[in-house]
Design a protein around this ligand. Structure first.
Ligand SMILES: N[C@@H](CCC(=O)N[C@@H](CS)C(=O)NCC(=O)O)C(=O)O
Length: 224
C-alpha cells in the first residue's frame, strides 16, 4: 500500500507542489528508495481541518506510516531508512551535520534589511566550510555515493540560489568552486527529476540548476 504524505502546495496554485525544502527532502528520499506514495497538497494559507488534526504543529511534511501520522523531516527520514534499508541512504555519522547551518544562515540573510548586519558574511562562512568539506571529501558530502544529507541539502541550496537571486540579486561566489560543482553534480544525477519536477512553474527566471525543484515564486519560508 502506498504511503501517504502531506506536502506544501504552491502559494496561489493549490495543485502544484510548493517550495518547502523539508517536504522536498522527504519526497526525494521516497523517490531514491522507490517507495510508492500518495501526496496531499496542503494550502498552508488555508489549512484543512483534517490536516490540523493529524499534524501536531500544523506543519508539513507529515507522513502516514503504519497507520500513524509522523511529523518532522528528520524523524520521517530516519523511520524510512529504518524500515526500508535498501538502497541505503545512511550518511556516515561524521558527515551528518555538514552544511546544517547553511539554511538558517540563508533565511537570516534573506530576511535582513541591513547590509552590514553580518548575515551575508555568516552565510558566506557556512558556504566556505561546505566548500572545504567538498574539496576534501567530494564530489558529494560522503564521496561518490548519494546519502541522506545530500537529499536534505539539495533543495535548500536550490532555494538559496533562487530566493537570493530574486530578492537580493545575490549569487554564490565563483571562488566556491566545490559548492558550485556540488550543485551541478546534484543536478546531473537528476536528483529531483521524477515527480518533483511538476513543481516547477516558470514565472520567475530561475537559474538552470533549479529547473527541477521550485515553485511559481520564491517564498520567504514562513515555517522557519
Ligand atoms: N522541522 C520541520 C520544519 C517543517 C516546516 O517548517 N515546514 C513549514 C513549510 S516549509 C510549515 O509547514 N510551516 C507551517 C506554516 O507555514 O503554516 C521539518 O523538518 O519537517
Amino acid at each position: 500500500m502506498a504511503l501517504e504524505i502531506c506536502v506544501k502546495a504552491a502559494v496561489g496554485a493549490p495543485n502544484i507542489l510548493g517550495d518547502c525544502p523539508f517536504c522536498q527532502r522527504v519526497l526525494l528520499s521516497l523517490e531514491e528508495k522507490k517507495i510508492p506514495y500518495k501526496s496531499h497538497l496542503i494550502n498552508l494559507g488555508d489549512k484543512p481541518q483534517w490536516f490540523l488534526e493529524i499534524s501536531p504543529e500544523a506543519k508539513v511534511p507529515v507522513v502516514k506510516i503504519d497507520d500513524k501520522w509522523v511529523a518532522d523531516s528528520d524523524v520521517i527520514v530516519g523511520i524510512l531508512e529504518e524500515k526500508n534499508p535498501e538502497p541505503s541512504l545512511a550518511t556516515p555519522p561524521e558527515f551528518a551535520s555538514v552544511g546544517s547551518k547553511i539554511f538558517p544562515s540563508f533565511v537570516k540573510f534573506l530576511k535582513s534589511k541591513d547590509p552590514n548586519d553580518g548575515t551575508e558574511q555568516a552565510l558566506l562562512e557556512e558556504l566556505k566550510a561546505l566548500d572545504e568539506h567538498l574539496k576534501a571529501h567530494g564530489p558529494l558530502i560522503a564521496g561518490e555515493k548519494i546519502t541522506a544529507v545530500d537529499l536534505s541539502l539539495a533543495p535548500k541550496l536550490y532555494h538559496l540560489e533562487v530566493a537570493l537571486g530574486h530578492f537580493k540579486n545575490w549569487t554564490i561566489p565563483d571562488n566556491l568552486t566545490h559548492v558550485l560543482n556540488y550543485i551541478k553534480v546534484l543536478k546531473e544525477i537528476e536528483l529531483a527529476e521524477r515527480k518533483i519536477k511538476r513543481s516547477f512553474q516558470t514565472s520567475v527566471k530561475m537559474p538552470s540548476s533549479l529547473s527541477r525543484i521550485g515553485s511559481a515564486k520564491p517564498e520567504p519560508f514562513p515555517g522557519m
